[in-house]
Design a binder for this molecule. Structure first.
Ligand SMILES: O=c1ccn([C@@H]2O[C@H](COP(=O)(O)OP(=O)(O)O[C@H]3O[C@H](CO)[C@@H](O)[C@H](O)[C@H]3O)[C@@H](O)[C@H]2O)c(=O)[nH]1
Length: 469
């Protein structure tokens, strides 16, 4: 085993786990030894990493702690939706004694902990273990500046009208309901809520912060965070994902073959609202009609209803006859597709997205225009960054329950997808920036190197302490 051993603790939600595993892959390629904390049902997500690095990456599989508001067997947010975050954060915090026990009996214990920002309580765990904790943010830096202010000012939950953030670069303002939804769920004096709030606040006390973002997109927010933290250990390492390991490389080949048959570059709109969002019947109908009226080629990834109630209410149901009416121009696919490969295909020029942060990063790398439909979580804040600050996106509508007008939707899609639209042009510029950032000598690439050096240095320090003892 290599001397330098790092403990990685991802948060069990698709939008959180993939980016941290991408980073873990980088760290393993740099020669670090890694243990990943996981619960049994999520273990298969690690398979590609574990089989690529059989000697350097191991899993520490711990049983998912039971919780009265989490159905037995559910170990991933995808199974419960975003409302499950409070119970999940609370339940996972119960793993501390087992982690401490594993750590203290290990012959080469980790010298640092890298954990998701939804697991802020691990700051206290790392303090007990006497190792530094690095908070990994699977969301953006701009979002983090706003969310941090919210957690420190819970009265904002009841603030009327528009809420201004004058201390944040760009002096943004938001409607209350567009603030981070994990914050909107906070209830003062409720013990579960208080643990969640303390947990988020602890992130800033952590030894370092790692962001899946890049300077050209979020320079002012990164500088602001660095200044507020009062130390330089803020690593922007994105966009991550270019080296993503796939457990099933043939998955989605039908979609890629369909794209191969499209002649015009950048003419296809890819429609996918993240790994979790299920649209209700009226939204499915409006989106279908809008796509039909847009006169644009498209691929629409539809998430299927899994509960009996959702099935009965027509959630995720593609309107009858739709696929036939758009035959040749549009492709409807159900389930999971290889998004990174699809966005990277020459034929794709636009992405109708909920503005989840991973999707944003992947769109930047691919240089495709974003047609945003923010719904919850950090998505309204991400949309503001993309539409108002950077001009790489257009907002087609907003809100988790909103039913768009099909004519308006069709028109905006048509405009944004037209050859040389301003969003398409800006997206190409951003692609250059994103590509440069992760290339040899680029800012994010240097940050990854710096991060590895820092971790190796921690290992060397630990060795000195052990040999002196
Ligand atoms: O069919 C699919 C659907 C999704 N993905 C991937 O799944 C990830 C989805 O992540 P994201 O776009 O961030 O959406 P969510 O899964 O909805 O992510 C949650 O977590 C993110 C990170 O904190 C937040 O930014 C989002 O708002 C929150 O909903 C991306 O890497 C996609 O490439 C696929 O590969 N195939």
């Amino acid at each position: 085993m290599s001397e330098v051993h790092i403990l990685v603790f991802p948060y069990p939600a698709q939008g959180h786990i993939l980016a941290l595993l991408d980073l873990t892959h980088h760290l393993a390629l740099s020669g670090l030894t890694i243990t990943i904390i996981i619960t049994p049902q999520n273990l298969p997500i690690l398979n590609p990493l574990l089989s690529t690095h059989p000697n350097t990456i191991k899993s520490l599989t711990l049983p998912f702690p039971s919780h009265p508001n989490i159905p037995p067997g559910a170990e991933n947010i995808r199974e419960v939706g975003n409302s499950g975050n409070y119970p999940f954060i609370n339940a996972l915090s119960k793993l501390q004694p087992q982690i401490i026990q594993w750590f203290t009996s290990h012959h080469n214990p980790p010298v640092a902990l890298i954990s998701d920002f939804f697991l802020g309580w691990t700051h206290q765990l790392a303090t007990q273990l006497r190792i530094p904790r690095l908070a990994f943010y699977s969301s953006g830096a701009f979002f983090t500046t706003v969310a941090t202010r919210c957690w420190h000012n819970p009265h904002l939950l009841h603030a009327p009208g528009i809420i201004n953030f004058p201390e944040i670069p760009g002096t943004p303002s938001f409607k209350r309901e567009h603030l981070p939804s994990v914050f909107l769920r906070y209830r003062e004096s409720d013990p579960e809520s208080e643990l969640v709030r303390d947990s988020f606040i602890s992130n800033a006390s952590s030894w370092a912060s790692i962001f899946n973002t890049f300077r050209a997109l979020e320079g002012p927010s990164l500088d602001h965070i660095r200044a507020e933290l009062g130390h330089p250990r803020v690593f922007s390492v994105g966009p991550l994902g270019s080296n993503r390991l796939d457990s099933d490389p043939n998955r989605g080949s039908e979609v890629l073959r369909w794209l191969d048959g499209v002649k015009e570059e950048g003419s296809v709109l890819y429609v996918c609202l993240g790994s979790q969002k299920l649209l209700k019947r009226e939204q499915m109908e409006a989106l279908a009609l809008g796509l039909e009226r847009s006169n644009t080629r498209f691929i629409w990834v539809v998430k299927k209803a899994t509960t009996k109630q959702h099935v009965e209410e027509g959630y995720g149901l593609v309107p009858n006859g739709f696929s036939d009416r758009v035959l040749g121009r549009g492709l409807v696919v159900q389930g999971w597709v290889p998004q990174v490969a699809i966005l990277g295909h020459n034929a794709v020029g636009g992405f109708l997205s909920h503005c989840g942060w991973n999707s944003v990063m992947e769109a930047m790398v691919a240089g495709v225009a974003i047609l945003g439909w923010p719904m919850e979580a950090d998505q309204f804040l991400n949309a503001r960054l993309l539409v108002e600050d950077q001009g790489v996106a257009v907002r087609i509508c907003e809100g988790a329950d909103y039913v768009p007008n099909p004519d308006d939707l069709g028109r905006v899609v048509n405009e944004a997808m037209s050859v040389g639209s301003s969003q398409k042009r800006k997206a190409k510029v951003m692609r250059e920036e994103a590509t440069e950032a992760v290339s040899e000598g680029g800012d994010s690439c240097k940050n990854v190197d710096e991060l590895v050096k820092t971790l190796v240095h921690l290992g060397a320090k630990e060795k000195q302490v052990v040999s002196k003892a």
